[in-house]
Design a protein around this ligand. Structure first.
Ligand code: UDP
Length: 247
């Protein structure tokens, strides 16, 4: 397990360095589009608790609440331009999260995969690790910096680069189900699953590129419900929560 680098008592932690992936939609709340400040604040409250426990925390946020490349290109836009717009959307979301973090006195840095130095630092791996070691929350924005990828892939990539112990994918459901529980009442909860099963059963956990990267680097993924208060904190203390994807 990686060195903590967190600010508090890392002693009893099961996961010391965590990469948390938050979808853009999680910032929109009921309105489904854009950013809802109270929703962001509630989310940041969850992050604050985990950070105070001494967990070194990296965040990757999506951009689906503003622009999603595939949707925009289906509507006629050039895919690459649409993807760059999506990547910029993640920067907007990261700034919203940072603002809320800083209002709570939590030190953070936004690191972007696409340079925009007037508002954030460029992503440099060693710098990201150094921020984590100083107890700062690191927000990785701009996805991977490349079109045709997703922020799930960015989350896995950054998680591996920062030697995270786990990738936590925060969703609107309690974990992985055999079918969409919102559409199919017979959907069964799956407490744990291998990378291969998740890939072959196409359960919509993450895209194949992200899952393959996890598999090749043997980094576990936990899918959990961010609306379940304290879920991430319980997970890092060692409670079995959500669905574990493993080798
Ligand atoms: N995107 C991209 N490359 C990346 C990450 C994201 O091109 O490395 C674009 C892509 O168009 C994507 C959008 O940014 O649709 C927003 O990210 P994503 O859909 O992953 O956000 P989420 O669904 O998590 O809100």
């Amino acid at each position: 397990m990686a060195d903590t680098g967190g600010a508090g008592q890392g002693g009893e932690l099961f996961y010391r360095r965590v990469l948390l992936k938050i979808s853009g939609e999680a910032l929109a709340g009921e309105q489904k589009f854009g950013i809802s400040p109270p929703v962001v604040d509630r989310l940041v409250e969850e992050i604050r608790v985990v950070h105070e426990m001494g967990v070194a925390l990296g965040l990757v946020v999506g951009g689906g609440n503003i622009v999603r490349g595939t949707t925009a290109s289906a509507a006629g836009m050039d895919r690459v331009s649409a993807d760059y717009m999506g990547m910029l959307a993640t920067v907007i979301n990261a700034l919203a999260l940072q603002n809320s973090l800083e209002r709570r006195g939590i030190h953070s840095r936004v690191l972007t995969a696409i340079r925009m130095e007037q508002l954030a630092e460029p992503y440099i791996r060693r710098r990201a690790i150094s921020h984590l070691e100083k107890g700062r929350v690191v927000l990785f924005a701009g996805g991977t910096g490349n079109p045709y990828f997703s922020t799930d892939t960015a989350a896995v990539l950054r998680g591996i680069e920062m030697n995270a112990d786990v990738i936590v994918k925060a969703t609107k459901v309690d974990g992985i189900y055999s079918a969409d529980p919102k559409k199919d009442s017979s959907a069964e909860f799956i407490p744990d699953i291998t990378y291969m099963q998740a890939l072959s059963r196409e359960l919509g956990v993450m895209d194949a590129a992200a899952l393959s990267l996890c598999k090749d680097n043997d980094i576990p993924i936990v899918v959990l419900n961010l609306d379940d208060e304290g879920a991430v904190a319980r997970l890092v203390r060692g409670e079995r929560i959500g669905t574990l994807v493993h080798s």
